[in-house]
Design a protein around this ligand. Sequence first.
Ligand SMILES: Nc1ncnc2c1ncn2[C@@H]1O[C@H](COP(=O)(O)OP(=O)(O)OP(=O)(O)O)[C@@H](O)[C@H]1O
Length: 684
Amino acid sequence: MRDSGLITLTGPLRAIKGIGEKTEKDFNKMGLYTIEDLLKHYPRAYDVFEAPIPIINITEGKIVSIEASVIQAVQAKQVRNLKIISCQVKDSSGKLHLSWFNMPFLRNKLHMGYHFIFRGKVVRKNGILVIEQPNIYTREEYRLKMNVLQPVYILTAGITNNAISKAVKTALEQLDLSKDYLPKRILKEYHLINYKNAIQEIHFPKCFDTMADARTRLVFDEFFQFTLALQALKEKKKVWNNDFRIIEQEGCDRFISELPYQLTKAQLKVWKEIKSDLTGNHTMNRLVQGDVGSGKTILAALALLLTTLNGYQGSLMVPTEVLAKQHYESMNRMFSDYGIKTILLVGSMTTSEKKKAYEKIKNHEVDVIIGTHALIQEKVEYDNLALAVTDEQHRFGVRQREALSGKGIHPHVLVMSATPIPRTLAIILYGDLDISIVDELPANRLPIKNCVVDTGYRPTAYRFIAKEVREGRQAYVICPMVDESEVIEAENVLEYTEKLKEAMPSDIIVEYLHGKMKPKEKNEIMERFSAGDIQVLVSTTVVEVGVNVPNATVMMIENAERFGLAQLHQLRGRVGRGQHQSYCILVSGSGGRETKERLEILNKSNDGFYIAGEDLKLRGPGDMFGIRQSGDMEFRIGDIYNDASVLMKANEAAKSLTKPEFDLFLEENPELADKINFFDMGTL
Ligand SMILES: Nc1ncnc2c1ncn2[C@@H]1O[C@H](COP(=O)(O)OP(=O)(O)OP(=O)(O)O)[C@@H](O)[C@H]1O
């Protein structure tokens, strides 16, 4: 391969000239193995090198270039495990300090009187402006970069931006990308540029316009493949008949009448849809979408109850152990009166506990199985699994969902999601599912009261939390980090808990929770919090997904500026789940105008759809605040909100392929065919 110089997309990175074993290993660490992986490691942003500005004009938070002379020898100091070096520079308008971490070799470059262009971010340290970690250029080097869009890549240790850029450039010289995988008809109809140009321009754009065209083409590709795969999946499902004999059960009506509340109209409507699927002629494939706290869990419970009262097994898979435990406890309690046995199956159980659970599941000694990914392990054998519910907050984990379905004879599938996606997009993204929307919150809910404050407000907030606790309520305080970090200044859970314990009256019990704790410890803390034995829980975002403690009424979020709006909305959704007035205190660590503006959106509204829409207006293209993406078909470049129109077009194009065109397409693109099959594997 190396001899001819020509390489293929599926080839290893080593095939690129200039990449040796060591560099390849470094790339592997970033998750890049094939040449295609490298080409799809798209720039995260583009830098434009503008003419240097006078020191006097620099502003905090901006990336700037200055042209200046070194006027003070480099100084070095050690702060914990960081070696910090700094120097002072000067131009005709003023003086400025520059500093670098762990780059002691710069001492040999930054001699007194030397003249350079420095480019980096302006930050405020001890009250004065400095540039941290600036890049250093000679005037000639800088001139070559000016007015050209410079790709900025996501990096990890050992790999520089330049290394990626160079590897991509060489790969493009060695590759033959002249054959486009999209049919010519589609390229023409949707005004798309060819793949070769798109890849070239996304990495090395001539200007913003050509980059935008390249991006559109690549986003289209992603969505096209995704929707094509979904369509293939849907085709298959159409023919599934409902092989289960599920009939309506009086027990479900009794269950509803014994709930401590009345189901909302929206819940009743969705329950009717689920019921008619379960008792109908075709296997259910339904997505239940509803804002945080809209009461989706009870619908899952009802579906499980109906299925198991008919003598089948049903399962509920959720993303975290904390959540699995919570659902297990409430459903176990609710179902026991109906003779329905529930079991928990999670990764942290011991081998012998798991073995016992497998036996019980296989022998149908249990009816409802609740757990995490452990539910789709090969060892789990179900006895007539008729319903698989997955709680898929934020996720498009189609393969997981399908792997679970693959365990039964095409069980009914019910997916719960709190992701606020407009219906038109949801129809495409969950193309293989029917959609039900719980578009109403329970009537007894008081809207959450919000405020955005700075750190000076903490003492008042603590007094407020103490007051709520005195009234029998509980509170969450969210911090972004677990441990102290030397580089990023953000509140961390461990230290914060100590500080808060001191600030709170001594009889108020404050504990912490974070993702690095052992599952057993996490469960124990959550149980104590649910039981009201802990009054204030300092936590990372582990509580974000689905945790339900209706007695908690205060959600205080430190460093709120570091979270995306959708995530903040999820976090806030942990309160306001009962009849008590609830509060959300967003503490912003940095007071930039944009930050305030973003947080104001949350301040104004408690509606997930509105927030997602406003978030979209504020963020720039490619800035991934809205939806964290996971699952099988990751969208590396496409953003379902920003690129909604491309998604619609790609969907339309995928649909327009005739059967012969589709077959030819797969024949000509065996790698894509593999992907689509892989994506579809759970259904086989
Ligand atoms: N109709 C109702 N009236 C009053 N309370 C309700 C109603 N339906 C559900 N609840 C209660 O509302 C709380 C939130 O419900 P649930 O946990 O199902 O929300 P969810 O939609 O799953 O939210 P999230 O997406 O945040 O997990 C629970 O305490 C539940 O018991």
